[in-house]
Design a protein around this ligand. Sequence first.
Ligand code: ATP
Ligand code: MG
Length: 675
Amino acid sequence: MINQLNPSQKEAAIYLDGPCLVLAGAGSGKTRVITQKIAYLINQCGYEARSIVALTFTNKAAKEMVERVSQIVDKRLSKGLTVCTFHALGVRFLRQEAKHLGLKEHFSILDATDAGQIIQEMVGTTDKIRIRIIQQQISLWKNNLLEPDDIQPATPDEKEAQRIYRNYEATLKAYQSVDFDDLIRLPVLLMRHNEEVCDRWQKRIKYLLVDEYQDTNICQYEWVKLLTAWHRRFTAVGDDDQAIYAWRGATIENLAKLTQDYTDLKIIKLEQNYRSVDTVLNAANQVIANNPNLFKKTLWSTLGKGEPIQVISMENEEAEAETVGMRISAAHFNKKAQWKDFAVLYRGNHQARIIEKAFRQLRIPYTISGGQSFFDKAEIRDILAYLRLIANNQDDPAFIRAVTTPKRGVGQTTLQHLGEFAVSKQCALFEAIFHENVDTVIQERQLKPLRLFADFIQDIQKRAHQAVEIQNPTVLLDELMTYIRYEDFLYEHHDDRSAQNRWQNVLDLNEWLKRKAEEDDMRLIDLVQHIALITMLERNEQEQEQDAVTLSTLHASKGLEFPYVHMVGVEEGLLPHMGKEDEYGDPNKDNEELYIQRIQEERRLMYVGITRAQYELTLTWCKKRKRNREELNREPSRFIAEMGLEDKQQRLSDPFKGMSAKERLAQLKQMIQKP
Ligand code: ATP
Ligand code: MG
């Protein structure tokens, strides 16, 4: 099995004498080293699967890794192996150690939207940008392991953010909730302060592996360090050229820091690429040569020269979406390729909508990855609010959403009184309903619907904790749906079509939950936290494997590979991305250093995109693009020039230019018939 590796990969896979870092370019088999090493540890070295932990950044990557491992390790032997995201391990850790942190086992996990709402209430503004800035600041502090007291605010804005940080923490505590950053930060804090916990975890994990190491932030770095401090057995793999999460606090310096923290660190470099043809690799090499990096690496492969990269200029984004769709359609038939061999990559989520529209018209099956689609939908959030409340009565935001959606005769004034009463008694809203003196502030008539609601939740809650054999989660879910009469609610508030769509989404969620419960033998109570995690980076896990084109942000495409890749919107302003305010000109003149860093990060993102392609890569850009109601003139991205695609033959203009929809379809038919 180890024979499926080249000598350097093999060296990395069997090295067990101490910490090991594999530093190598895209497609050089870093992830393969991790999966093979897991197999080696189990099959050859007698490690128990449950003592091995492999960490990745996305659920999708984790899933893929589990699949790869299952192909090379006997199912019986791999039982108990942990392959998951940092955040998922965080949940597991916190669940187990909750009592040491004053949390109950079934605490709530708030996503960015929930957290934003809490902050919004504290700041008392609806200014979305301001809220986001504060939220990002708090997140950055958390990821840098800074507590409110550690911060020395330099500006009035920072001072304000510090104040909010403090209140925000108190509020989370009151709601028995944690946010995403806490999932890693709290384990670090606890391990630092609690020797017994620290010791237990250090001994439990006998080997740790980390993929995409370049994207760890300080907090994650610290956690890895703590977890491995005792036996010092871990392997990290990464590529400094693919670091694309600086904006979330990840720091490439972590790679350099490793060499200082572990003087015996074994560093292994890989050069050969097994993914892409020469044209793709040359383009990638040329673009990234414009960035400084830790060590110079030039990717090469033996897969052949490949087709030239095509750069197509389009009139506008509609033509772009349609042309990409048509080209994929034509290639699908001509090359007899499967739909899932194609990917369309873009810089921002907002670009997906227009491509989706074109694909629907052309009847091209697709899945969206990295979008905020499913779990951000109002109807899904409504249902999840119920589940969250069932798991955790202290989750006040979930309580308010659930008790008012659908309306069940609980008015705003009643809620306000209940809120004031809960504050005075220092309890959660849900608990306040059962407080003996609550009738001093709320009349019996108003209390009745509240009590009915609370009784129902408590009943479900009790049963949600029972073992699956005794209480099937499917039955509970059905009961919940019947009780809240959500379908009626949708039809009362939306036109028929929209209501139908929304109800279908709820049914999909329901189906997915049931499937998950069955597959992994989860109780309802376990499912709730599982869902919260999925909302983290990419939210398409509810979709099953299917033959469909992948639409993905560049960020979410990390680690994946596709035979045919289209990158759209490769134009100045979009890739490299510039914020609203700096679209024309450069407001960062004053801060050139920052500007350069940002362009470098965008360049790494471009590099990630290019290196996803195995055989063919097409780049498109639009001469005009709509922004709000304006139509802006655009220029091709500087990265296109950097790729050295000066050869005229490689530059095409929109092949469907000036054609009507009918003519375009006719053209497509021709393309399909005549390759
Ligand atoms: P990225 O930086 O994009 O995450 P990576 O370094 O993790 O890439 P892998 O995904 O592990 O690279 O490997 C890229 C492709 O090359 C995969 O399809 C993998 O199966 C294949 N591959 C890796 N090593 C070998 C090898 N020694 N022999 C044959 N194929 C290999
Ligand atoms: Mg990889």
